[in-house]
Design a protein around this ligand. Structure first.
Ligand SMILES: [Zn+2]
Length: 85
């Protein structure tokens, strides 16, 4: 299902829906939401999230929807690595 988008607020370009994964930090934990419908301006790349979509994501993060699955992500603590030339 495609959602209606108005033309880009910034440049007036055409906005088309794409399905994009969003990462959200929520209460100190990383949450990944896959296949989020997001409007992307074909001209300047500006992304638009519709209020209904944002609301649905809020519900997921509030725990009203059980996660589909869990993924492990490689995590690093940054440290300067000596350059070998
Ligand atoms: Zn634009």
């Amino acid at each position: 299902m495609l959602h209606p988008y108005s033309d880009c607020y910034f440049c007036g370009g055409e906005v088309k829906e794409q399905r994009i994964a969003r990462e959200v930090w929520w209460r100190g934990k990383l949450h990944l939401i896959e296949d989020v419908p997001i409007g992307v301006c074909q001209q300047c790349g500006q992304k638009v999230i519709l209020p209904d979509v944002a609301k649905a994501i809020d519900k997921m993060l509030a725990g009203e929807v059980p996660p589909d699955h869990f993924v492990q992500v490689p995590t690093y603590r940054f440290s300067e690595v000596e350059q070998v030339s």
